[in-house]
Design a protein around this ligand. Structure first.
Ligand code: MF3
Ligand code: CO
Ligand code: CO
Length: 270
């Protein structure tokens, strides 16, 4: 550990935070998760993703926090909404949701300088059996990753836990996008890969803050970004799902900053 510009860092250059900083992250994470709770009833067949985003923008302003995504690298919306074969960074639009669509909604807020970043899956109406299974496996894969977080273990251990579980379930892990450090900035080191080998990558230390946000495809893992330069889709058009939590490393595990206040993180039908 050494001190750089007043911020403690791990030997790999990853920021380490104090107990007081955990409180700031819990507060920011709770606001982001609370917004995801509040929009559950706004997702239904016939609704547009643009309207959902407008509701999110309103909730952000009601809660006196700031959107982390509006103005971020030119992005202009308060959420990313990724429907069906969209892997991530779907742009809210006048696209109408139809019965059985599955979607990830990803919200980032800044509260008192701290970033709260979380996403989860929603369904318009009733999902197909295979969509339901994809959502379940992706949700459980995130928690396999969180369970692998422990000081002394490595980031490769997290990726390995996720990849092993997903591939045993005959699905694939997206390689082209990863989780990230966050705190008083949106995206900082390390890249948190959702695949990998045990014992590889930076060592996990108490006081690190980062997201785990696995994207899982029913088909092949390859993605491509559309000409809007944001929307990432599966190359084979197969369905994709994602869940994201922001966490802080404790003495013997992890604290989740983005727990759902109303226990709505998991879509209720499964
Ligand atoms: N919230 C996304 C993440 O999990 C990042 C979205 S950046 C945006 O890291 F500009 F597309 F909104
Ligand atoms: Co994130
Ligand atoms: Co996010």
């Amino acid at each position: 550990m050494n001190l750089t510009k007043g911020q403690l860092k791990s030997k790999d250059g990853i920021d380490l935070y104090s107990r007081k900083d955990f409180d700031g992250m819990h507060a920011a994470g709770r606001v982001a998760a609370g917004i995801l709770d509040e929009i559950v009833t706004s997702v239904f067949p016939g609704q547009t993703t643009g309207k959902i985003d407008a509701i999110i923008e309103e909730l952000i302003s009601d809660k006196n926090v700031v959107s982390g995504t509006i103005g971020y690298r030119g992005y202009q919306h308060a959420s990313c909404i990724s429907v069906n074969h969209v892997v991530c960074h779907g742009i809210p639009s006048d696209k109408i949701l139809k019965e059985g669509d599955i979607l990830n909604i990803d919200v980032t807020v800044i509260k008192d300088g701290w970033y709260g970043d979380t996403s989860r899956m929603y369904v318009a109406g009733q999902p197909s059996r295979k969509a339901e299974r994809l959502i379940q496996v992706t949700h459980d894969a995130l928690f396999k990753g969180i369970e692998a977080v422990k000081p002394g273990k490595t980031f490769g251990d997290i990726g390995h836990a996720i990849q092993t579980y997903v591939e045993e379930s005959r699905m694939s892990v997206v390689r082209d996008f990863c989780g990230h450090g966050l705190g008083r900035v949106f995206h900082s080191p390390p890249n948190v890969l959702h695949y990998g080998r045990e014992g590889t990558g930076p060592r996990i230390e108490e006081g690190m803050f980062f997201t785990i946000e696995p994207m899982v495809n029913l088909g092949r893992p390859e993605t491509k970004v559309l000409s809007d330069e944001w929307t990432a889709v599966t190359r084979d058009k197969s369905l994709s799902a994602q869940f994201e939590h922001a966490i802080g490393v404790t003495k013997d595990g992890a604290e989740i900053f983005t727990l759902s206040p109303e226990n709505k993180f998991h879509p209720t039908y499964v």
